[in-house]
Design a protein around this ligand. Sequence first.
Ligand code: FMN
Ligand code: NAG
Ligand code: NAG
Length: 207
Amino acid sequence: MLGMSSTANATAVAPRRKRIIVAMTGATGAILGIKLLIALRNLNVETHLVTSKWAGETIKYETDYHAANVTALADFSYNINDMAAAISSGSFRTDGMIIVPCSMKTLASVSTGLGSDLIARAADVMLKERRRLVLVTRETPLSEIHLRNMLEVTRAGAIIFPPVPAFYIKSDDVEVMINHSVGRMLDLFDLDIGNIERWQGWTKGDK
Ligand SMILES: Cc1cc2nc3c(=O)[nH]c(=O)nc-3n(C[C@H](O)[C@H](O)[C@H](O)COP(=O)(O)O)c2cc1C
Ligand SMILES: *[C@@H]1O[C@H](CO)[C@@H](O)[C@H](O)[C@H]1NC(C)=O
Ligand SMILES: *[C@@H]1O[C@H](CO)[C@@H](O)[C@H](O)[C@H]1NC(C)=O
C-alpha cells in the first residue's frame, strides 16, 4: 500500500517524551505542585514550569523548598511575564497543563480568557487547542463568583480538581493523603506511579 511506504515513515515526526505544563499559583497547597513535579520526573515526563509571584511566597512559607529548588525539579521553566515563551503558542505541542495549586484569581483570569500572564495564556492555549487542562482550585468556602468561574472553565473543556482528601483511605499520615491526591491528578493524564491505594470494594473485615 502506498500509505505504508517508507516515504510515509520518513516524513513522520519522531516520537517525543510526554510533555506537561505545570503552573503553580499563590493558593495554599504548594506541596501538591512540588510532589506532582517529583512524580512527573520519576515518570520521565518532560515538565515546563511557570510559577506566580505568590506561588513563590507560599512555597517559602509552607515548605522546606525555595523557588529555585522547585525550578530545579522541572526540565524547563519560564518567567510568568514572558509572553514569548514556547508554551505561549499552540504550535508548541504539549500533552496538557495542570495548575496546582490554582488560586481563585488565576481561575478568574482563565475563565475570562484574559491571557494577561503566561499561566493564563498557556491555559487559554490548552482550551483553544482542546488539550487537557486541569485546575487544582483551592479555596473554601466558595462564593458564587468562584463557582460560576469553575462552571465556565468546565464548559470550555477544563477539569476542576479540588484537592479534597479521600478519607476512605483511612490514613492519618498527611503524606499518604497528598500522594493519593497527586495520584488522582496523574490519572487525568493517564499516568500512574503505582503508589496509591485504589478502591476495590469493601475489604474483608472492614465493614
Ligand atoms: C499564605 C497564603 C495562602 C493563600 N491561599 C489562597 C487560597 O487557598 N486560595 C486562593 O484563591 N487564594 C489564596 N491566597 C491569595 C492569593 O495568593 C492571591 O489572590 C494572589 O493574588 C494570587 O495570585 P496568583 O494566582 O497570580 O498566584 C493566599 C495567599 C497567601 C499569602
Ligand atoms: C534547596 O536548595 C538549596 C541550595 O541548593 C539546598 O541547600 C537545599 O537543601 C534545597 N532544599 C530542598 C528542600 O531541596
Ligand atoms: C509517597 O510517594 C512517594 C513517591 O512515590 C514515595 O517515595 C513515598 O514513600 C510515599 N509516601 C508515603 C507516606 O507513602
